[in-house]
Design a protein around this ligand. Structure first.
Ligand code: CS2
Ligand code: MG
Length: 402
């Protein structure tokens, strides 16, 4: 099966998505997500100028060889732009292979290891009372695991409380919106939030929380310790993970489980974290970490150390990402949980898909391939809208991690 054409489709049905579509001489095509929130056009250029010309004429069935050619062949390795572009190619090729085999992708990977994929939704509120209510709303929808984020008194634009109701979306302006960050206010507030949630909703529901890289290691250790009575499923990105050793300090101080890695793009970003058992869940995902091919390596390493997967699944990852991730999740032996932020109706219409939610679990469906398509005509009605993610500053104006 020879690759005849590959094209990059950019659309904005409520938010921006970049999709790679690879077509073969036998009429079978595959798609892969290539969206890198706020930096979309860099991946588009990488794909169009440097990757697509290399694909034409190649045998679409040689997924591993194409992966190696794009990774080694560029000489310049790793990084979010490169690895997102490689991921898009890889996902599209797995989609093609599974379609050609007449199987849903999870069957090709080794078959289902579970009946459904446990997912967590996002409960966001302006204050504690509203967040407690939102947790109830997600419980009513059938979720068994819920991430809770709340506005903090006196902190403008606290992370996780975006515009939108079901479709929280932080990339909101052409130039970055400025938000405030105040560690002292946050670390005293967060335990009160989870105390209120447990008081109202009991012990059974799984609760998650995202710190979004904002604390120092010792502050993260303290926060984790103060959250222990509320038995979090995980505390995410509690400190910046550029220095993987930093997590030793966090680990020494808390038994709250740790999740890291939505911004990782290769196994080298998490090797020490995994080998030293400094984390419990690895958040790397198909679209930003080199596709299904590389995610299998990351999960394989993680399995040796009892680290489980917890793939990123925010709205800035397209349904093509979600579909691919769900096949991976259904198969991967050391699965933990999958993030599931629902897409807008416009997005769902542009990307018809076979995955479905029931009783707190998602299933990728039985459609051959990744089970997600793109309606190009409809996509063309939603042109690209330049948008960037916010930034955060401390009270004195110092630039901080958003
Ligand atoms: C977040 C993301 O879902 C999460 O855990 O950290 O929403 C993240 O902020 C966005 O993906 C950034 O594009
Ligand atoms: Mg996160």
């Amino acid at each position: 099966m020879i690759i005849r054409n590959a094209k990059v489709i950019i659309c904005s049905p409520g938010r921006n998505f970049v999709t790679l579509k690879i077509e073969t001489d036998q009429g079978v095509y595959g798609i892969g997500d290539a969206t890198l929130n706020g930096r979309e056009k860099a991946v588009v250029a990488y794909l169009e100028d440097h990757v697509v010309p290399l694909l034409i004429g190649r045998d679409a069935s040689r997924i591993e060889d194409i992966w190696q050619a794009l990774y080694r062949g560029a000489y310049w390795r790793r990084g979010p732009i490169t690895m997102t572009a490689i991921a898009a190619v890889d996902t599209a090729l797995w989609d093609i292979k599974a379609k050609a085999a007449g199987m849903p992708l999870y069957q090709l990977l080794g078959g289902a290891s579970r009946n459904g994929v446990l997912v967590y939704g996002h409960a966001n509120g302006a204050d504690i009372a509203e967040t407690v209510d939102q947790v109830g709303r997600y419980k009513d929808m059938g979720y068994r695991a819920i991430r809770a984020q709340s506005g903090i008194p006196g902190v403008k634009g606290a992370y996780g409380v975006g515009r939108g109701d079901m479709y929280y979306e932080p990339a909101d302006a052409i130039l970055p919106t400025e938000t405030l960050w105040d560690t002292s206010s946050y670390v005293t507030f967060a335990p009160k939030l989870f105390e209120a949630i447990r008081n109202e909703h009991g012990d059974e529901i799984e609760l998650l929380h995202d710190v979004h890289h904002r604390l120092s290691p010792i502050e993260a250790g303290r926060l984790g310790k103060s959250l222990e009575p509320y038995r979090l499923f995980w505390m995410e990105d509690c400190t910046s993970a550029e220095n993987q050793e930093a997590f030793q300090l966090v680990r020494q101080h808390t038994v709250t489980p740790l999740a890291v890695g939505e911004i990782f793009n290769s196994i080298h970003d998490c090797r020490e974290l995994i080998q030293n058992q400094l984390i419990d869940y690895i958040r790397a995902t198909v679209v930003h970490a080199g596709g299904i091919t590389h995610m299998r390596q990351i999960a394989g390493l993680a399995a040796l150390y009892q680290v489980r997967t917890g793939c990123h699944g925010a709205t800035d990852l397209s349904p093509a990402s979600m579909g691919a991730a769900l096949h991976f999740d259904l198969w991967v032996p050391n699965f933990g949980i999958q993030e599931y932020m629902r897409h807008s109706e416009e997005t769902d219409a542009v990307f018809p898909h076979s995955y479905n939610f029931e009783d707190g679990y998602l299933h990728p469906g039985e459609t051959p391939g990744i089970g997600v398509d793109i309606d190009e005509k409809l996509a063309a009605k939603y042109p690209y809208q330049p948008r960037q993610l916010p930034i955060a500053r401390l009270r004195d104006g110092t630039m901080w991690n958003w």
